[in-house]
Ligand binder design. Structure first.
Ligand SMILES: Nc1ncnc2c1ncn2[C@@H]1O[C@H](COP(=O)(O)OP(=O)(O)OP(=O)(O)O)[C@@H](O)[C@H]1O
Ligand SMILES: O=C(O)C1=C[C@@H](O)[C@@H](O)[C@H](O)C1
Ligand SMILES: [Mg+2]
Length: 196
């Protein structure tokens, strides 16, 4: 791949070793880049990529806005919990979650039990610039969506902070963020010398 060099190969090897059979689970707010970055990270690591929002849409044969409209958020969270529970059964993979998944206590516990979780954190203006480009996020269909996004940020950040790792998602090339994610995962590798 064009963006790979010797360094990222070495880092990717270490990251794969650090993961073992575990999944790398990306969490964070809408627009943080979980789907976009997760896909690049999986390709760089040579492991499968899966996105829980896409998987929910595939199994239900409905879009996320349709699911929210027809069944409401609580039902959506139950479906999300079941889908993520199933996706966590095998690994290693990169799993990009929907923005609210890690906020649900049961889903969060399932992720914590057997995965490496990483919070893609971004500031409000970055998130806002990204989410206004598409009309596919039902929770932002309010009178003041930027304020809603800010409220979600305040409410959710303490929970996202429970993730094992954190990488700042900002306005630089996606490959740069993907490399930082891989470096963060590689950094968790415990070597024999470290154990002494
Ligand atoms: N580093 C970046 N630079 C520029 N654009 C980016 C970057 N990261 C993500 N984006 C873009 O921001 C938009 C939102 O990203 P993405 O869909 O991956 O977010 P998400 O975290 O998966 O959100 P959701 O929780 O709604 O699924 C996409 O158009 C994506 O291409
Ligand atoms: O932040 C959220 O709660 C959501 C984020 C999206 O990924 C979707 O899962 C859905 O729009 C809900
Ligand atoms: Mg996504």
């Amino acid at each position: 791949m064009e963006h790979e060099n010797i360094d990222t190969h070495t880092m990717a090897d270490r990251a794969r070793m650090a993961l073992g059979k575990r999944n790398l689970v990306l969490v964070g707010l809408m627009g943080a880049g979980k789907s976009a970055i997760g896909k690049i990270v999986a390709a760089d690591l040579g492991i499968p990529f899966v996105d829980s929002d896409h998987e929910i849409e595939r199994v239900s044969r409905m879009t996320i806005p349709e699911l929210f409209q027809a069944y409401g958020e609580p039902e959506f969270r139950q479906l999300e919990k079941r889908v993520i529970g199933r996706l966590l059964e095998s690994g290693p993979r990169v799993l990009s979650t929907g923005g609210g998944a890690f906020v649900n206590a049961e889903t969060r516990d399932a992720i914590k039990a057997n995965s490496l979780s990483l919070w893609l954190d971004a500031d409000l203006d970055t998130l806002w610039e990204r989410v206004i480009k598409r009309d596919n996020r039902p929770l932002l269909k309010t009178e003041n969506p930027k304020k809603t996004l800010e409220d979600l940020m305040i409410a959710r950040y303490p929970l996202y902070a429970e993730a094992d790792l954190r990488v700042k998602s900002r306005d630089v090339k996606k490959d740069v963020i993907a490399s930082e994610v891989i470096a963060a995962v590689a950094g968790t590798l415990v070597t024999k010398t470290d154990e002494h």
